[in-house]
Ligand binder design. Structure first.
Ligand code: ADP
Ligand code: MG
Length: 634
């Protein structure tokens, strides 16, 4: 029995206390997952040892047969998990079992509602980890020693999962970590060989190292040997090395949870072995849920990298482009060297070629998901669509493929859901239509009634409605799909091509000619405020509208630039009038130049409002409108 020396009591970081509380109170319906988490950590510890031992073989002193041993004591009500992995030194124990290092944790925990059902959903995004031991235990003891350190440098960590933990130095002969769970009253069921065996099979069969349990002996207690005989209960081979047709869905799912530190099943996966010039195996997953830090710059991303089945690193982010950073999984290469470093990984022909092949795999997997399971794809889109939208700008070579995966809201669907694929749109195009029309704006509610859509409504032409913050930026990279160009309906001199008949066009020209005088008067009244005034063929119901110049920044891009404090290039709108509208007809007949100017300004301001823009001088607008109202009622 070792003696504790240099003992101290430390408080948990606030976030840990919150997490512990949450875990104990919201995960009670699925208690057994604690074992999966502890086994997952032991397996990670073995991976880390193997990796460090590549450079320092002496770390494997006392044996390189890495394994996990799980035992229990019915009478003492304990479950013990022991590994001979990397272990921890005192500082590491304090850091890893006393704090949560993940950035953004505090923000995440702030979002918890206190509603246990909702919170247990949220915690899935976070991963539960080591602290899940306290779901079933009211005391946890960890005895650990880092590989390569002295037997006297062992550490004992002990906690009741409340506010604090004790830490002390101990003698520990073997490297690695032993965790003793003192089961809570009522959790005795876990101190049982049959139960533990089943949990291991259910969640940890895919773990690559052997998980051993004492062999069961039936009969009299005294027949039991003093030293247990150990028996491996899991399959103990790396999942991705096995043939696809021998792996069950549940195994893929459990492996995902281990590798991705996720709590939920993935939406889809793709497992491939590549042979030939390059040799590697990849197992890629689409998660069902976004991690809470998806949009944080420093958030972990990338795949687990193995070289010839030896774990090399987590978060190898060189194998996929940024816009696919939500993909999780493993890549195991036979071409890279075992002492590959992050620097070497930055580029090179092997990495580049793997990156482009893996990118294509992911895009194919998403295409397949969209085709086979449209509902799941819709969920994927809601979760990660915004990230995928970064694709066309980042990955020129796959632009068309990515475009095919995008989903849009459209005038064809009143729900406002982003559910229309470009292929659907093409299938619904009108006779004579050879362009893909879209409109960007602040929100679906705002754009769906935009005057820019009037002529399209009249002709029954579908328009895609893009209201995410990055949409205007996205569309500056997306110029074509399937040979059809994209047209922003709020931009330039809308040309409907063959959708307008020769007669339509002729009539438009005639009207434009007839209204030349009015157009000149309007230019005079608006002066510097506009780039141009012209007769519109976009409108059926509204009197006037503002169009954006062909080369000018749209509203969204201007707002983004303004928000980031950048100088926004000056641009003026084009003022278009609807000659059929009674207000315009009236305006044309207005002889009083002052009234003409007032009315023109009101129309101009209203057009700006309808476009979702704010007025430069709202007070002047209100004054003019009120003046008009007074005259009306007089
Ligand atoms: P995660 O596994 O997601 O990092 P955990 O809460 O499960 O989070 O574990 C926290 C950390 O504690 C691990 O990252 C690791 O550094 C350390 N740790 C836990 N269990 C072990 C173990 N058996 N051997 C070595 N280190 C461990
Ligand atoms: Mg863990």
């Amino acid at each position: 029995m070792s003696v504790d020396t240099r003992k101290e009591t430390l408080g948990f970081q606030t976030e840990v206390k919150q997490l512990l509380h949450l875990m104990i109170h919201s995960l009670y319906s699925n208690k057994e997952i604690f074992l999966r988490e502890l086994i997952s950590n032991a397996s990670d510890a073995a991976d880390k040892l193997r990796f460090e031992a590549l450079a320092k073989p002496e770390l494997l002193e006392g044996g390189d047969a890495l394994k996990i041993r799980l035992s229990f004591d019915k009478y003492a009500r304990t479950v013990t998990l022991e590994d001979n992995g990397i272990g921890m030194n005192r500082d590491e124990v304090i850091a890893h079992l006393g704090t949560i290092a993940k950035s953004g944790t505090a923000d995440f925990l702030k979002n918890l509602s206190g509603d246990q059902k909702k919170d247990s959903q949220l915690i899935g995004q976070f991963g539960v980890g080591f602290y899940s031991a306290f779901i079933v235990a009211d005391q946890v003891d960890v005895y650990t020693r880092r590989a390569g350190s002295l037997a006297s440098e062992g550490v004992h960590w002990s906690s009741k999962g409340e506010g604090e933990f004790d830490i002390a130095d101990i003698e520990k002969a073997e490297r690695g970590t032993r965790i003793v769970l003192h089961l809570k009253a009522g959790e005795e069921e876990f101190a049982d060989g049959w139960r533990l065996r089943n949990i291991v099979k259910k969640y940890s069969d895919h773990i690559a190292l052997p998980i051993e349990l004492p062999k069961e002996h039936f009969g009299e207690e005294q027949d039991k040997p003093a030293e247990p005989e150990w028996e491996t209960v899991n399959r103990a081979s790396a999942l991705w090395t096995r043939p696809r047709n021998e792996i069950k869905d549940e195994e893929y799912q459990e492996f995902y949870k281990h590798a991705a530190h996720d709590f939920e099943n993935p939406l889809s996966w793709s497992h491939n072995k590549v042979e030939g010039k390059l040799e590697y195996t990849s197992l890629l997953y689409v998660p069902a849920r976004a991690p809470f830090d998806l949009y944080q710059r420093e958030a972990p991303k990338g795949l687990k990298l193995y070289v010839q089945r030896v774990f090399i690193m987590d978060q190898a982010d060189q194998f996929l482009p940024l816009y696919l950073r939500f993909i999780k999984g493993v890549v195991d290469s036979n071409d890279l060297s075992l002492n590959v470093s992050r620097e070497i990984l930055q580029s090179g022909p092997v990495i580049d070629s793997m990156k482009s092949a893996l990118t294509k795999r992911v895009l194919d997997m998403l295409e397949k998901l969209a085709k086979d399971k449209p509902e799941d794809y819709q969920n994927f889109w809601k979760t990660f669509g915004q990230v995928l939208k970064e694709g066309p700008a980042e990955d020129f070579a796959n632009k068309e493929k990515i475009a095919g995966l995008l989903r849009f809201a459209s005038t064809g669907d009143a729900s406002g859901e982003q559910s229309v694929a470009l292929a659907d749109y093409l299938g619904r195009m009108k006779e004579g239509q050879d362009k893909i029309y879209f409109l960007t704006g602040e929100s679906f509610a705002q754009v769906k009634n935009s005057p820019h859509l009037e002529v399209f409504r009249k002709k029954g032409i579908e328009v895609l409605l893009l209201t995410d913050r990055i949409d205007e930026w996205l569309m500056s990279y997306l110029t074509e799909f399937d040979g059809k160009s994209f047209i922003d309906v709020a931009r330039g001199d809308l040309d409907l091509g063959k959708l307008d008949s020769e007669e339509d066009k002729k009539a438009q020209e005639e009207v434009a000619k007839a209204k030349e005088g009015l157009v000149e008067r309007l230019k005079g009244a608006l002066g510097e405020q506009v780039a141009e005034v012209r007769v519109s063929h976009r409108l059926t119901d509204s009197p006037a509208i503002l169009a954006i110049g062909e080369q000018d920044l749209g509203l969204q891009m201007r707002q983004i630039l303004e928000a980031t404090g950048q100088k926004v290039p000056e641009s003026k709108p084009i003022f278009e009038i609807n000659p059929q509208h009674p207000l315009i007809e009236k305006l044309d007949l207005e002889a009083d130049e002052d009234r003409f100017a007032d009315l023109t300004h009101i129309l101009f301001d209203q057009a700006a409002l309808a476009a979702g823009d704010s007025l430069k001088d709202p007070a002047a607008y209100v004054q003019r409108l009120n003046k008009l109202l007074v005259e009306l009622s007089a």
